[in-house]
Structures are given as C-alpha cells and as structure tokens.
Design a protein around this ligand. Structure first.
Ligand code: ZN
Length: 262
C-alpha cells in the first residue's frame, strides 16, 4: 500500500507515467477522489473552450434537473455538473469526478424525451460513480491522462485533452456496467428505463441510414450491438422487478408501523 501512496505522490508532481507502471498496485485505484475531481475540472475547462456551452436556459435546466434528480435519489456523492454543448454530434460524455455533457445533436435526436435523456445521463453518471476513467488509468490503459496532471497545458495539449474525453473508449464490461447501473439509477429516480432502448433503436436507425458521420465516435465506440440492446432489455426487466419489490416491502413496513402506532 505504501507503494501506492508513493505512486500517487509522484503522480501529483506530474512525473512520467513510466514510474507508475512498475508500482505494482494494479488492483487499487491510484487516483484519489480529489485527484479525479481536479482532473475532471481541468478537462471541463478545456471542453468548454472547444465546444460552446448552450445559452438556451430551457435546455440547460432540463438537463440539470434530470441529472441532479438522478444523483440525489441515488445518494451519489460527486460534485456533478450537467451541461448542454452546442455541437451537432450525437454524443454525451462524462469526465472523472462529476462533469457530464450532453451534445445538441443528442438532445435533438431525443426530441426532448425526458426518459431517453435521463437514461443517457444516468449511463454517464455510472461511469463517474464506478470511476471507470481512474480504473483505466490505473491499469495503464489511459496514459494520456498524465497530460492533465502536469502543469497547465499548451493549446495543443488542450486539443488532445478534448479529443481524449470526446472519444473515450471504455471496455465492454465497463459499458455494460454503466448500462446496468444507469437503468437502476434512472428507474429509481422515476424515469422509464425503456427510454434507453428507444434511444438505442434511434441510434441504430441513424447509422443504418448512413448518417453515421453525425453519430459521434464516442457513442459508436460505446458498442451499440444487438447483444448490448438485448442485455439492456433483460436488465430493465430485472431492475424493475427488484426495485418494485423493494418499494412494496418498504410500503408494507410503513403500513405495519402505522397500524402499530394506532
Ligand atoms: Zn459509456
């Protein structure tokens, strides 16, 4: 464990990643929550320099209201921010430690359907909560992250940072985990999890129509296969059943308490 702490200290100094590779703490997360939050904030500044944040108050508040509701209901403890970016990409991204962005292209494709937007946001929230970026970094997959840990970057590194987050490629397991948790988070917050399936179908249709170029890299590399859609459907059935059972039990207990206190 001492090794891990040393690695973290080196990292804070912005030293070369090579030093970390040999540190031998592949199971532990070498980034602290605080470091993740800082990286996310740095990244958010660069993202917002590249893609303008929407000035449409209705869209902004819609995305914020949905995101905060999901975070609050599920007791998720990160400094989340939810913003719309004015860019035609059909994309949504999350940065470590809290920032979530929905692109204009995605909002348009959802046609303002709150369930669809909620499921996409919940998926991104799950990446943050499960610390998938930090995990990749710990595994030595995401070596570019070190750019964010050094001194303030030049314009060139800013572009690299934006590219890294906009084209983030999580493992298939991490994507499945985010689908599963996202479904759970969104359903508990009162949204219809089938919004995810509807949104997936729309994306597929868009790709089928050869408008694939406007479907961003990010969502395309989020593997949108029939297997993923099938799995999401099964997950929805399971989550709905489990959450309903939980709520029924809670209601039953409340009723029992009430009748006892009479
Ligand atoms: Zn994802």
């Amino acid at each position: 464990m001492t090794h891990c702490r040393t690695a973290t200290a080196l990292l804070s100094l912005g030293l070369a990643l090579a030093a970390l590779a040999g540190a031998g703490c592949r199971n532990a997360n070498i980034l602290s929550k605080e470091e993740e939050i800082r990286i996310g904030r740095d990244g958010a500044t660069r993202i917002e320099e590249t893609y303008p944040v929407s000035r449409n108050p209705a869209d902004q508040s819609l995305v914020e209201r949905i995101g905060q509701k999901i975070a609050t209901v599920n007791n998720l403890d990160w400094p989340f921010t939810f913003k719309v970016l004015e860019d035609k990409q059909v994309n949504a991204i999350s940065l470590p430690g809290g920032p979530v962005y929905v692109f204009r292209g995605l909002l348009n494709l959802s046609e303002g359907n709150e369930d669809e937007i909620a499921l996409v946001i919940a998926h991104e929230i799950a990446h943050i909560e499960r610390r998938h970026v930090a995990k990749m970094y710990t595994q030595g997959v995401l070596t570019d992250l070190v750019i964010l840990l050094g001194t303030q970057g030049t314009a060139q590194t800013a572009a690299q940072v934006v590219q890294m987050f906009a084209e983030m490629r999580f493992s298939r397991d991490d994507e499945y985990e985010s689908d599963r948790l996202g479904i759970q988070y969104a359903y508990k917050a009162g949204f219809d999890p089938n919004g995810l399936i509807r949104f997936f179908e729309k994306l597929k249709r868009l790709e089928g129509e050869n408008k694939g170029d406007i479907v961003s890299n990010n969502l395309r590399t989020h593997p949108l296969t029939d297997a993923r859609i099938k799995r999401a459907k099964e997950e929805i059935a399971k989550v709905v059943q489990a959450v309903n059972r939980e709520q029924e039990t809670a209601a039953l207990l409340r009723a029992l308490n009430n009748s006892n206190s009479r």
